[in-house]
Design a protein around this ligand. Structure first.
Ligand code: SAH
Length: 359
């Protein structure tokens, strides 16, 4: 705690300046102070209030919606935490056709979505050329929409080609900034440094860039989370996605405990105060760990939600973790439910394209 001496009406007064208030004011804190906020202390409620105030300052009560289209659950990678990892022999694999994707976009457009997010495993079928074809087809049918990709690690040339085809945003969570921790979550064939290289390439090309990490992934320490925050400060992304780690029964981490809801909410608030303008989703993982997790995320400073627009018959197959929500709901239904949920806590779903706001 820091005590400031201020002069009010000629009298000197001692004023306590709390950690959340200082984080809001300086957009930074020392490692020790951030550790206290991450681990939780008496300032938890105030942290969320400050974060909500900053979010309202820049984005009002608007909640931006993004239609998530889960392109493929084939993946060449074997991340130990992820249910669609290559090594999961229990999973029925699928990939959407061009017609499927365009049908999802058409439905989404009718419902007011103006951003489509194509997410998927690193599926070798989807070469750079095929990805460009999909992007270009969406771009020509929906010139007023933003196209976001979340398809993993590619070459600089690949990212550039997608950008030229019409994608303008890219989501790639760095997962963990600590190399040793990265090594515990991934096989040795994967390299956290390459993932970070991708993020810098994406930024250089001119995309709005999104990164992030799981909260409570196996072997994660508070020091790891601090490194994550420091890495994000360096990258200065436009979008930041975080959610609790959730176990999946058919992965090597099946028996690791889920991440903690409250720690995740504290981190949402900390990120809002560090990055006042960032687009921060209340993620599906938050909504999975707690029935009202996404509302809680919005109240903690998030301002985006990404409902599922994938065809209902494939939704249960894009199983990153167990019990993923809304597996059977139709897009229109979940869109209405979302509106009600946002309204119940005083926010409003808006349907414009929802770009990041900068100073
Ligand atoms: N192949 C893409 C998309 C990965 S899935 C890519 O590499 O970016 C999107 C995100 O889901 C991942 O970045 C990861 O942070 C998250 N995720 C994966 N498995 C998870 C789990 N078991 N619990 C919580 N989040 C998970």
């Amino acid at each position: 705690m820091v005590i400031l001496v201020v002069r009010i009406g000629g009298n000197e007064r001692m004023v306590e300046n709390s950690l959340p208030k200082r984080l809001r004011e300086y957009r930074d804190l020392s490692d020790g102070e951030l550790t206290q906020l991450i681990e939780g202390n008496e300032y938890e409620d105030e942290l969320m209030e400050e974060a909500d105030a900053v979010r309202r300052l820049h984005y009002g009560t608007d909640v931006y919606i993004r239609g998530l289209i889960e392109l493929t659950n084939y993946c060449k990678n074997d991340c130990y935490y992820c249910g669609i990892r290559k090594g999961n022999g229990q999973l029925t694999r699928y990939r959407l056709s061009m017609e499927d994707v365009l049908a999802c976009c058409a439905t989404g457009y009718e419902l007011g979505f103006r951003t489509f997010v194509l997410q998927g495993g690193e599926d070798l079928y989807f070469t750079d050329e095929r990805i460009c074809e999909v992007v270009a087809a969406i771009r020509s049918r929906h010139p007023d929409c933003a196209i976001t990709l979340s398809l993993g690690e590619k070459s600089y040339e690949g990212y550039l080609a997608f950008y030229e085809a019409g994608a303008t945003r890219y989501l790639l969570r760095h997962e963990t900034a600590n190399p040793e921790h990265y090594g515990k979550l991934h096989p040795s064939t994967m390299d956290g440094g390459n993932r970070q290289r991708c993020l810098w390439d994406i930024k250089k090309i001119g995309y709005q860039v999104g990164s992030g990490f799981m909260v409570g992934s196996p072997y994660q320490t508070t020091a790891c989370l601090l490194e994550d925050v420091r890495f994000l400060q360096e990258l200065n992304p436009d979008m930041i996605g975080i959610g609790p780690y959730l176990s999946h029964k058919d992965t090597p981490f099946a028996h690791h405990a889920n991440g903690d809801l409250h720690k995740c909410l504290r981190l949402v608030s900390i990120l809002r105060l560090l990055f006042p303008h960032a687009l921060i989703p209340a993620t599906t993982a938050l909504g999975t760990i707690d029935e009202r997790g996404r509302e809680r995320g919005l109240l903690a400073g998030a301002n985006v939600v990404m409902p599922n627009l994938s065809p209902t018959n494939v939704r249960s197959l894009y199983s990153l973790y167990d019990n993923k929500i809304h597996t059977m709901e139709e897009a229109a239904e979940s869109r209405r439910a979302l509106e009600r949920r946002a309204a119940s806590i005083g926010y409003r779903v808006v349907t414009h394209v929802g770009h990041v706001k900068r100073d």
